[in-house]
Unconditional design. Structure first.
Length: 286
């Protein structure tokens, strides 16, 4: 395997992010979208976006939000695009080999889900508190990585929901360990803590200065919520919807399973504290 291919098979969290230079514009072709606040037009899956250029670059990449394509600006494939382009299909351009296009477009969202799971498993392994389940986490990561290297036909036969359920068992255990440790450390806090459960409906909620340390916010609806200066350290944020939520000054240090696309969909500023491997989105004021 070449050095380039080897790097594309390295599924550490350092590499589990989009590398558009090594992708054939798959997210701009394979995925459908509907005209809405996130997309200016309708597009069917498998149809190239009108903004996709011959070199697979986006014609309006620098102005996606201004042009009505906020959904594109927040999207993260976790490195699935370059994996499918350069590893699964060995660098074969779907334009030059149109017979590969259909399979490539079908494989891409499957790979994206596998790579997202790799991101979560890698994060779980990076925590000292999860030492007791490191063996199981490492085994799940290796199994998931092995699935990403399957041939296209085999990838399309995978039962992704079943595999995700197996992985989620370990992610739930990780969440319990991390949050229990956090709550133990902060049990003497004088701040009044807000307790919310998985999937909580917090759309537009006023959570300014809220103590959400170690909170279970898995799948919470935090659309347009006011989270300014909230303490969200060690909270479980997997699948939480942060669209237009205001994270200005919020402390997300130590929070688990937060992804770049969640941050990209939110508002924030230079005072927002983030976990390692994540960065302040370009549209946040400095």
């Amino acid at each position: 395997m070449s050095n380039s291919s080897h790097s594309l098979c390295d599924n550490s969290r350092d590499t589990l992010h989009a590398d558009c230079e090594n992708c054939f514009g798959l997210c701009c072709v394979a995925l459908p979208f509907a005209a809405s606040a996130d997309f200016a037009v309708n597009k069917d899956g498998g149809t190239p976006c009108s903004n996709l250029q011959a070199d697979f670059r986006c014609h309006i990449h620098r102005n996606l939000r201004e042009k009505g394509f906020r959904g594109c600006a927040v999207y993260e494939c976790f490195g699935a695009g370059q994996k499918v382009s350069q590893v699964t299909f060995h660098g074969e351009d779907w334009r030059e080999k149109p017979e590969t296009a259909k399979n490539m477009f079908e494989v891409f969202p499957i790979m994206q889900q596998l790579h997202e799971m790799l991101w979560y498993l890698s994060e779980a392994l990076s925590r000292d508190i999860t030492t007791s389940i490191h063996h199981d986490l490492r085994q799940a990561l290796e199994e998931t990585e092995g699935l990403t290297l399957l041939e296209p036909a085999a990838l399309m036969e995978l039962d992704i929901p079943e595999h995700r359920a197996e992985v989620n068992t370990l992610l739930l255990r990780t969440s319990e360990l991390v949050r229990a440790e956090a709550l133990q450390k902060h049990k003497h806090t004088k701040k009044r803590r807000n307790k919310y459960g998985r999937g909580a409906d917090l759309i537009g909620a006023n959570l300014k200065n809220a103590d959400l340390t170690g909170a279970n916010l898995r799948g919470a609806l935090l659309i347009a919520a006011d989270l300014r200066d909230a303490d969200m350290r060690y909270s479980d944020l997997i699948g939480a919807d942060f669209r237009d939520a205001n994270l200005s000054g919020a402390d997300l240090t130590g929070s688990i399973f937060l992804t770049q696309d969640q941050l990209n969909s939110a508002k924030g500023n230079s005072r927002t504290k983030l976990p390692p491997k994540l960065k302040h989105p370009a549209h946040w004021p400095r």
